[in-house]
Design a protein around this ligand. Structure first.
Ligand code: NAI
Length: 326
């Protein structure tokens, strides 16, 4: 039996936590032969609820679940973790302005970044799910100077998966056959899902669809506003699909994509003209626990406009928290 991997999940008592933890413990994220120890962080007032979730995890008798810890202290939750899923965040409350939301989250992710810096495994892989995910990931990365900045990532996989299913519905083809989809930018309605390079069984998706108006007026708004549409329909935000995307993101990062393109929010290395360190959605492939940006894609005028638009939003968020980072 392999040695257990320590996995931290923050916001463990929340909606996404409830969809996520059972799948991690069943082996869906790190493999069916990989035991895990779950280290669960939530606020003091949520500790009772976390205990309830742990009772249910116990009652599943998962063979791969080698231990659990519940705490409200980030330094306990992140001790020696090799994977950290930062899901808990401050939601926007009534009347709260965007800048207040950014500031409240900046405080959370500064504290958590510092704690990771102090106690996590030196190769910890961090995925930020809590919104605003890209900027929260940027803050955590900047607060952890002793860790590899490339190990801080933000979740754009839900946007990627949403785009895949819209393309499958439009073309009448199977999701599994779609290759080479990219999503650029921020996890927000400004993201740019780009199927110009996508193929289905080797055939160009762009040629198959051949409808720029559909791309601009239906596809991009549908993917961008899907979260709001789910809240409208369900009365609650998307949690199971978010948890599923988090599992996909970490599984692919750790176990590899076998050449397949996926989307990850990662600190820019300057590729495609994005300023260094901006936490940006890029098409990547993963191998041996490392991601690599898909290089050499031509960016046409429409795409450049969309990429600049989502970049401007990220730059604005980054400027909005700059004074909090020292
Ligand atoms: P939720 O409100 O059900 O749960 C959030 C949990 O986080 C609560 O248990 C809360 O007590 C906890 N929490 C708050 N501050 C914390 C802190 N400082 N430390 C530890 N725990 C803390 O929310 P839900 O539905 O689980 O969503 C969580 C986050 O994920 C939200 O920010 C949401 O906007 C975001 N999200 C991101 C997506 C993405 O694609 N990146 C998709 C869907 C949701």
């Amino acid at each position: 039996m392999k040695a257990p991997v320590r996995v931290a999940v923050t916001g463990a008592a929340g909606q996404i936590g409830y969809s996520l933890l059972f799948r991690i413990a069943s082996g869906e994220m790190l493999g069916k032969d990989q035991p895990v120890i779950l280290q669960l962080l939530d606020l003091p007032q949520a500790q009772n609820a976390v205990k309830g979730v742990m009772m249910e995890l116990e009652d599943c008798a998962f063979p791969l679940l080698a231990g659990m810890v519940a705490t409200d202290d980030p330094e306990v939750a992140f001790k020696d973790v090799q994977v950290a899923l930062l899901v808990g965040a401050r939601p926007r409350s009534k009347g709260m302005e965007r800048k207040d939301l950014l500031a409240a989250n900046a405080e959370i992710f500064t504290v958590q970044g510092r704690a990771l810096n102090k106690v996590a495994d030196r190769n910890v892989k961090v995925l930020v799910v809590g919104n605003p995910a890209n900027t929260n990931a940027y803050i955590a990365m900047k607060s952890a100077p002793d860790l590899n900045p490339n190990n801080f990532t933000a979740m754009l996989r839900l946007d990627h998966n949403r785009a895949l299913s819209q393309i499958a519905a439009k073309t009448g083809k199977a999701v599994a056959d779609i290759e080479k989809l990219a999503v650029w930018g921020n996890h927000s309605p400004t993201m740019y899902a780009d199927y110009r390079y996508a193929t289905i069984n080797g055939e160009s998706v762009k040629t198959m669809i051949n409808d720029h108006e559909w791309n601009r007026d239906v596809f991009l708004p549908t993917v961008g506003k899907r979260g709001a549409a789910i809240i409208e329909a369900r009365g609650l935000s998307s949690a199971a699909s978010a948890a599923n995307a988090a599992i996909d993101h970490i599984r692919d990062w750790v176990l590899g994509t076998n050449g397949k393109w996926v989307t990850m929010g990662i600190p820019s290395d300057g590729s495609y003209g994005i300023p260094q360190e901006v936490m940006f959605g890029y098409p990547v492939t993963c191998e041996n626990g490392q991601y690599k940006i898909v290089e050499g894609l031509e960016i046409d005028e429409f795409s450049r406009e969309r990429i600049n638009f989502t970049l401007a939003e990220l730059e604005e968020e980054r400027a909005g928290v700059a004074h909090l980072l020292g």
